[in-house]
Design a protein around this ligand. Structure first.
Ligand SMILES: Cc1cc2nc3c(=O)[nH]c(=O)nc-3n(C[C@H](O)[C@H](O)[C@H](O)COP(=O)(O)OP(=O)(O)OC[C@H]3O[C@@H](n4cnc5c(N)ncnc54)[C@H](O)[C@@H]3O)c2cc1C
Length: 192
């Protein structure tokens, strides 16, 4: 399972004028908070990670990308690998009143994954894999950062089943994103 999010468009290499489009007022994160977060799960404050997690496939923001403008950069990106880590991160953020935004494939076209109030982004794409399958009921337990092809391949190859949900963005979106955005799997390239 190696699929990673796909950037909507290249980001301007001219970073000297880098700015956020949305200037929401937020409380700066303390170094103590950042170090506590770091102990809970892998996290990054690298500029390139913060730029990528500030945007999705919202067409308007693609124009901004070409002009070194991000919608809103998060302060830090977390990449939990277990659900326990997710709940620990949420508990820490709740205790410190830090905003949290979840992101999957970041293929949404309306900016839903933009961390409008900065803070922490929880990137789910290290939470991958099919946990269990009930072949009688067809009920599948799968981790939220699993991309469409990875889920379909396991269901097809190991169980002779199909996910039966084929959004046009199948290759670049995750199970968590499908559910979070109530995606429609109408296979739009074929049926419109
Ligand atoms: C070329 C293209 C074609 C598309 N075709 C379709 C289509 O046919 N049908 C369709 O419905 N959509 C389509 N989309 C839109 C998009 O792909 C879907 O909305 C998809 O479900 C988003 O999944 P994602 O993993 O990229 O989620 P993201 O964009 O990362 O997130 C979408 C929303 O879900 C939330 N979220 C993500 N993961 C979780 C989680 N684990 N828990 C809680 N909240 C979460 C995010 O916070 C955000 O609000 C298309 C997009 C593109 C770029």
């Amino acid at each position: 399972m190696t699929i990673r999010p796909t950037s909507p468009i290249e980001f301007s290499s001219e970073l000297s004028g880098l700015r956020d489009r949305y200037l929401t007022i937020t409380k700066p994160l303390t170094s103590e908070f950042l170090s506590q977060l770091d102990q809970l799960c892998p996290s990054s404050t690298k500029l390139e990670d913060r730029i990528e997690h500030s945007r999705d496939w919202w067409p308007l923001a693609m124009h901004w990308s070409l002009n070194a403008m991000t919608p809103r950069r998060p302060d830090v990106v977390c990449r939990p690998v277990t659900t326990k880590q997710v709940s620990n991160v949420i508990a820490l953020c709740a205790k410190n009143s830090v905003p949290v935004t979840v992101s999957g494939g970041r293929s949404g076209v309306c900016g839903a994954a933009i961390p409008l109030f900065a803070g922490v982004v929880i990137d789910t794409t290290s939470l991958t894999g099919v946990v269990q399958v009930d072949e009688v009921s067809g009920l599948v337990e799968v981790l939220p950062g699993t991309f469409g092809p990875d889920l379909e391949n396991v269901l097809r190859d190991k169980y002779g089943l199909s996910v039966g949900h084929f959004p046009q963005s199948f290759d670049i979106s995750t199970v968590g994103g499908w559910i979070g955005s109530r995606g429609a799997g109408q296979f739009s390239p074929r049926y419109g």
